[in-house]
Design a protein around this ligand. Structure first.
Ligand SMILES: *[C@@H]1O[C@H](CO)[C@@H](O)[C@H](O)[C@H]1NC(C)=O
Ligand SMILES: *[C@@H]1O[C@H](CO)[C@@H](O)[C@H](O)[C@H]1NC(C)=O
Ligand SMILES: *[C@@H]1O[C@H](CO)[C@@H](O)[C@H](O)[C@H]1NC(C)=O
Ligand SMILES: *[C@@H]1O[C@H](CO)[C@@H](O)[C@H](O)[C@H]1NC(C)=O
Ligand SMILES: *[C@@H]1O[C@H](CO)[C@@H](O)[C@H](O)[C@H]1NC(C)=O
Ligand SMILES: *[C@@H]1O[C@H](CO)[C@@H](O)[C@H](O)[C@H]1NC(C)=O
Ligand SMILES: *[C@@H]1O[C@H](CO)[C@@H](O)[C@H](O)[C@H]1NC(C)=O
Ligand SMILES: *[C@@H]1O[C@H](CO)[C@@H](O)[C@H](O)[C@H]1NC(C)=O
Length: 647
């Protein structure tokens, strides 16, 4: 760079430069496509211009860049392709082909270009072999000048090294026939039977090598980027393969995994290492548009293309196999149109799974009835269950944090223990357990296998699902407590005329004058606690509290009147883990109707209009969930009740 009239090598503040930086420099110099870059190995200390990596953002940014004076023994060497470039593509390995002849760039006419020529170009710009080349893919160009027809053998290292001859000229080539070229992926998975599983390799300088990552900051999103790039379905799992022997690898920054296109712009460093990464993609199944990798609209790859699945071709066994295949536990929800409208599922194959298969393609299948019978809103949306849980306490919202990975539940250990209340909040939210209350290291002494995760995993509930655990041993695990610790209490209405009923949306109706009771109960979790019965109308709220006995409380009322009409709710309160917790029941809407019988009117005349419970008693055994009480049983309760009679 020249600055103050002095040319000096350029050093970058941090090392944040990549192939986009090289591309900016190449473009700034009118030098074709970016090919490669490296730190030069010059030892002598000398003055440099030190610039921010922002300067590389575009060619013009470099001109506006303000360098600082500095000393450095390092400088950077960039290689541009000089006479070939791809423009207007989505990444540096695709675009409309332009060739520089006689100091000017021009497109190339389709008829002057063939597969061998494409191979040479892709090689020249250090991308994988050509996958597509065709006219007008990357924007209309001016009609190619078509001054030269290339006659490559395919093995040449640069296009201008191929022999060529004068082409037939402008008149014979229309704008739509400018060559658009897509060079294939610079990554691949090798070493397994499927192209969608195995060791990650990258091609650079025409050499395929295993990939190693700078720090260990890669996760399931990295795997997802690779799987997507290779058109390989959902990310399933990944690990560091520990090969004993050191060998040349391409070491990349974890940023390269941010998306599929970032991978192509990635600038690898030459290194000797025994690290390499093994990735597994699901190959033929993927969930798209979900909030995390374990939910979304189901797509299945048949005959090399992805299509949605029709609800009517789908059942629970099918869901089980899919969730298992993508390493996401078991299915919790599946229904149509949850994750965005799709095109109407093509539904080319109907799968007949037994539920125990390890992959969808292992299920038997038959040809489905086709597109006409399935509307867009019937594309299957699937949510597979959590890969985390809290265990060892009476509530699913408290206890030791465990994670499921490779079909195995293990306690979770965090790399540097960088977790805080936000981590707890992420776990609680991920489990639909309310907000964070507290966390502590559990005091278990025994050493055992754990899943070791990065603290980044706690950034949000969905990050946990995208988390990539490593195998480890540890004697410590973590206990988390969430506010949604308590299950929901149940509320029942019991009356002399209607029997026992639970809270219902449409409401419960009582005959005027009848005696009734409201029963609050909760599934046994913790001893003690109390029930608060809240009664409310549009302009009035009242509440009463009773201690819980046997996890329930009975609120008795006599002679139902209009004043009893309103909404009742039970709230259970308990003090555990040094905190107060509470949980509220569904509302029970009560209406009182019917004519007051003469005999009752007399006795009820003395009853206050306030809906205060006349008699209160605790310790009744209420009907459990799913259990209904017959009128006979209810009658028995009423008759046996001495206090009620006394009233
Ligand atoms: C460059 O200088 C630093 C210290 O100034 C030194 O640690 C490093 O080894 C040197 N690198 C080379 C390639 O000489
Ligand atoms: C290069 O361009 C100059 C000026 O436009 C022209 O005279 C010359 O013939 C061109 N050479 C070739 C090889 O096309
Ligand atoms: C299908 O199951 C067999 C064993 O039953 C297994 O070897 C094979 O890998 C499975 N295929 C897939 C695609 O999972
Ligand atoms: C766990 O192991 C570490 C060392 O590995 C030790 O210092 C620590 O005391 C152990 N903790 C318990 C609870 O056993
Ligand atoms: C309600 O209870 C009172 C007092 O216990 C009793 O006199 C009355 O008959 C009861 N009413 C009904 C409808 O059971
Ligand atoms: C509530 O409002 C109703 C009519 O809207 C009225 O009859 C009743 O007396 C009110 N109750 C209280 C406690 O204000
Ligand atoms: C319950 O009633 C008491 C007074 O009896 C009142 O202070 C309290 O706010 C009420 N609580 C609710 C939730 O209505
Ligand atoms: C609690 O329930 C148990 C069994 O259901 C019963 O034996 C016991 O008497 C009940 N306790 C009270 C105080 O009702």
């Amino acid at each position: 760079m020249i600055h103050h009239e002095e040319w000096r090598p350029v050093a970058v503040w941090s090392h944040y430069w990549n192939m986009n930086s090289v591309a900016a420099v190449c473009a700034g110099l009118d030098c074709g496509s970016a090919v490669s870059a490296r730190d030069s190995e010059e030892a002598s200390k000398r003055p440099v211009w030190r610039i921010s990596s922002d300067c590389f953002q575009s060619g013009s940014a470099l001109k506006n860049c303000l360098p600082f004076d500095g000393d450095n023994n390092q400088s950077h060497e960039f290689i541009c392709s000089d006479s070939v470039r791809l423009v207007q593509g989505t990444n540096r390995c695709s675009g409309r082909l332009e060739v520089k002849t006689n100091q000017s760039w021009s497109s190339v006419c389709e008829k002057d270009f063939d597969l061998q020529d494409a191979e040479v170009v892709c090689r020249e710009i250090s991308c994988g072999p050509p996958s597509v080349h065709q006219g007008a893919l990357y924007g209309e160009a001016e009609a190619p000048v078509g001054s030269r027809e290339f006659l490559c053998e395919g093995s040449e290292s640069a296009l201008l090294k191929c022999s060529s001859r004068k082409s037939s000229g402008r008149n014979s080539c229309s704008p739509g026939q400018a060559v658009g070229l897509t060079c294939s992926d610079n990554i691949r998975l090798v070493g397994e039977a499927s192209r969608c599983a195995g060791r990650l390799e990258m091609i650079h300088h025409e050499e395929w090598r295993p990939v190693a990552v700078w720090s260990h900051y890669w996760d399931m999103n990295s795997v997802a980027a690779v799987c997507a790039k290779l058109d390989c379905g959902s990310a399933v799992s990944a690990r560091d393969s520990k090969e004993a022997s050191k060998r040349p690898v391409w070491r990349i920054r974890s940023d390269c995994f941010q998306s599929g296109s970032a991978l192509k712009n990635c600038l690898p460093y030459d290194e000797i290492s025994d690290q390499s990464l093994e990735f597994i993609c699901s190959d033929s199944v993927r969930l798209v548009q979900g909030t995390n990798r374990c939910s979304g609209r189901l797509e299945v790859k048949t005959d090399q293309s992805w299509s949605s699945v029709c609800e009517k071709d789908f059942d629970l066994h099918y869901a089980e196999v899919v969730c298992r295949e993508i390493g996401c536990g078991s299915p919790s929800v599946h229904q149509g149109a949850l994750y965005g409208e799709a095109e109407a599922p093509v539904g080319s194959r109907e799968f007949l799974c037994e539920g125990s298969e390890s992959a969808l393609l292992n299920c038997s299948s038959r040809k489905s009835s086709g597109r006409n019978s399935c509307s867009p809103g019937q594309a299957v949306g699937l949510t597979c269950s959590d890969n985390i849980r809290l265990v060892g306490e009476a509530s699913r919202c408290a206890g030791r944090l465990e994670m499921k990975h490779q079909e195995e539940w293990r306690p979770v250990d965090v790399y540097y223990s960088y977790w805080n209340m936000n981590s707890v909040a992420a776990v609680c939210a991920g489990l639909d357990c309310g907000s964070a209350v507290s966390a502590r290291d559990s005091e278990e002494a025994s050493k055992r296998p754990v899943w070791r995760i990065s603290s980044d995993c706690f950034q949000s509930g969905s990050a946990l699902k995208n988390c990539l655990p490593f195998d480890g041993d540890n004697n410590q695990s973590h206990e988390f407590i969430c506010s949604g610790l308590l299950v929901e209490p149940l509320i029942f209405l019991s009356s002399s005329t209607d029997g026992v009923s639970t809270g219902r949306k449409q409401g419960s109706e009582l005959l005027i004058g009848s005696n009734f009771s409201i029963i609050c109960s909760i599934r046994p979790q913790y001893e003690g606690g109390s029930f608060q019965l809240i009664f409310s109308t549009s302009n009035y709220t009242q509440n009463q509290t009773l201690p819980a006995v046997n996890h329930s409380a009975l609120f008795l009322f006599s002679a139902a009147g209009h004043a009893h009409q309103g909404t009742y709710r039970c709230v259970y309160h308990v003090y555990v883990f040094s905190y107060n917790f509470s949980s509220i029941s569904q509302p029970l809407n009560l209406t009182v109707s019917g004519k007051l019988m003469e005999s009752i009117r007399k006795s009820s005349a003395s009853v206050s209009a306030s809906p205060t419970a006349l008699i209160i008693r605790t310790g009744c055994r209420p009907a459990g969930p799913g259990e209904t009480r017959s009128l006979d049983q209810k009658t028995t309760i009423m008759m046996k009740d001495p206090e009620l009679k006394a009233a």
